[in-house]
Design a protein around this ligand. Structure first.
Ligand code: FAD
Length: 528
């Protein structure tokens, strides 16, 4: 080995003597062997040199610190003194196999300190080979790798935990990079993608979902703007429409590469989570419909009572008017020729008739009060159709629903308008339920071709209404239905009332054949 000669000044310049690493030679020369010895002695790695049977010949200071054994306690002992005797035999065989080939080996062994505490030795063993190419010693270098192993293990466990959570959650989760490319996707997302796009690559499902999420998605990708509870429905025609709620957030990750160690660069990812809320939506709709049914039943009851009382008043008006005429005729007669007893009796009858009518008017339940607000006519018609579903099924009526995509809201009384549409739909179903009607189709169209007016057409394939009855059907107590069917002849007058209340019109298309086409038009701003 060559010698490095250092003067005292040079040794002091590198501060070796002060640190106790080197004794400066009296002649001012530091030998290379001594430099290397001191470097090994003070290395922070536990270093040992053994003979060919792994009997220890030398250990440095760090060895004592890591293992707890002093130099005297281990010199001459085998390295196996450190073994916890739980490292698999195959590991030692690999270690010794490499040494036999004069090659270094690195790996982990489970060691036991002098105080019996265990630690993971991150060990490298290497042969020391002389100039004749013979192995003369073994060199062992190890450090306590327990902490690093613990951290790695914790990281791995967290990763596994995250993966199993993502794999088991019912939500569809996908992580995308800055370009919108998929980094990872959980099984639920894969299932959703398959449903949406068949066997196409996952990216096409992401772009479909992205379109439904609209600006929320583009802003998330471009600016990292998070969004929450963004609902959308997908109706791809293969099955019933499905409802989803989307959640998106950006994730910033520090670069793992070496060049990011001092100057940290950040990589942006986005996480999309899609929850299937179809069941929730259906349940909500069901609850809403049940509430509507209850509401309409109450309205029907009030309406029925009002119609019955009105009907009774209407029936009494005839005899009371006759009485009034008879009384006034008798009163006009001369005293000699009139029968005062009869007149008195008729006057009594007239008074009690009028008072009976007044008490009937007083007993009439008031109409349910409702104020006007912006309403979506498509929504009301859809609800009225949903409320009639059972009747459609029972009578074999098929429904064609053609709502206008862009229908402005009207200012109206939601409940009354819904009842009005329900009445028209019920009338159509009643008409088509007649035995001779073979083709039973109900078509409902909404449009607003005429600016500021919403047009609703209710078209049925029933027997239709005779032209001379087209005006009469809107009069109270007029009905073409046979008596005993429970029809009071108040349906279309109610429709007329509601439409007038909204400054609209209702008419029957006299040219439409066969069947009946009723056209309701309501101005968009109908405040009265
Ligand atoms: P052993 O009977 O000693 O050996 C187990 C297997 O190792 C045997 O089946 C055999 O295949 C192989 N083997 C053992 N000795 C030799 C040999 N001389 N030549 C060829 N193959 C052999 N072990 C630790 O547990 N912790 C340490 O920190 C550690 N550091 C070491 C450092 C150095 C430099 C060297 C050379 C070895 C080190 N060893 C260490 C290995 C140690 O010497 C033992 O082999 C090991 O501890 C297993 O001991 P054992 O008594 O359980 O089994």
């Amino acid at each position: 080995m060559g010698k490095i000669k250092l003067t005292q000044d040079q040794a002091e310049a590198v501060n070796l003597s002060e640190k106790g690493i080197a004794d400066v030679h009296p002649e001012g020369v530091l030998l290379a062997e001594e430099v290397f010895f001191q470097a090994v002695e003070h290395s922070p790695v536990a270093i040992s040199i053994t003979d060919l049977k792994a009997n220890i010949l030398y250990v440095n200071r760090a060895f004592t610190q890591v293992t707890g054994y002093s130099e005297d306690e281990v010199l001459g002992k085998n390295e196996s003194i450190l073994s916890n005797h739980t490292t698999p035999r195959i590991v030692y065989q690999a270690l010794w196999g490499r040494l036999a080939q004069q090659k270094a080996w690195s790996g982990m062994l489970l060691n036991r300190r002098k105080d019996k505490r265990l630690y993971l030795a991150e060990l490298t063993v290497a042969p020391v080979i002389n100039e004749e190419n013979e192995t003369i010693y073994y060199l062992g270098m190890h450090r306590d790798g327990s902490e690093m192993h613990e951290l790695e293990q914790r990281l791995m466990n967290q990763k596994l935990m995250m993966e199993s959570i993502l794999n088991s959650v019912p939500a569809s989760v996908v992580v995308l990079d800055e370009e919108g490319k998929i980094v990872s996707a959980n099984p639920s997302f894969r299932d959703l993608a398959k449903e949406l796009t068949g066997d196409e690559p996952l990216d096409s499902a992401v772009s479909i979902i992205g379109k439904y999420l609209g600006n929320s998605y583009t802003n998330l990708l471009a600016e990292g703007k998070s969004f929450d509870d963004r609902e959308f429905s997908i109706d791809h025609g293969r099955s019933l429409a499905r409802w989803f709620s989307g959640f998106g957030t950006s994730i910033d990750v520090q670069c793992e590469e070496a060049d990011g160690f001092f100057e940290q660069t950040v990589r942006h990812y986005v996480l999309l989570m899609i929850n299937d809320i179809t069941d929730l939506r259906r349940r909500q709709e069901e609850t809403h419909l049940n509430a509507l049914k209850a509401l309409m039943a109450e309205e029907d009851l009030v309406q029925g009572m009002r119609e019955t009382v009105n009907g009774a008043i209407h029936q009494m008006e005839g005899p009371v008017n006759l009485l009034a005429t008879a009384v006034s005729m008798l009163q006009r007669r001369s005293e000699e020729s009139r029968d005062d007893a009869l007149l008195a009796a008729l006057e009594d009858a007239l008074t009690s008739g009028r008072s009976a009518m007044d008490s009937m008017r007083d007993s009439m339940p008031p109409e349910l009060h409702e104020s006007k607000k912006p309403v979506n006519v498509n929504e009301l018609l859809r609800e009225a159709l949903a409320l009639t579903t059972e009747r459609f099924l029972g009578t074999g009526v098929t429904v064609e629903w053609k709502p206008s995509v862009h229908l402005p809201a009207v200012i109206g009384r939601e409940r009354r308008l819904r009842s009005m549409f329900k009445q028209l739909i019920d009338n159509a179903v009643d008409a088509m339920s007649e035995r001779q009607v073979k083709q039973r189709e109900l078509t409902i169209i909404t449009s607003n071709e005429e600016k500021d007016v919403i047009t609703c057409e209710i078209i049925d394939t029933g027997p239709g209404i005779e032209p001379d009855l087209m005006m009469k059907v809107f009069q109270p107590f007029f009905s073409t239905k046979t008596s005993g069917t429970g029809c009071r002849g108040m349906g279309l007058p109610m429709v007329h009332d509601v439409v007038s209340d909204h400054a609209g019109t209702v008419r029957i298309d006299d040219k439409h054949k066969p069947g009946c086409r009723i056209i309701v038009q309501i101005p968009v701003t109908s405040i009265r």
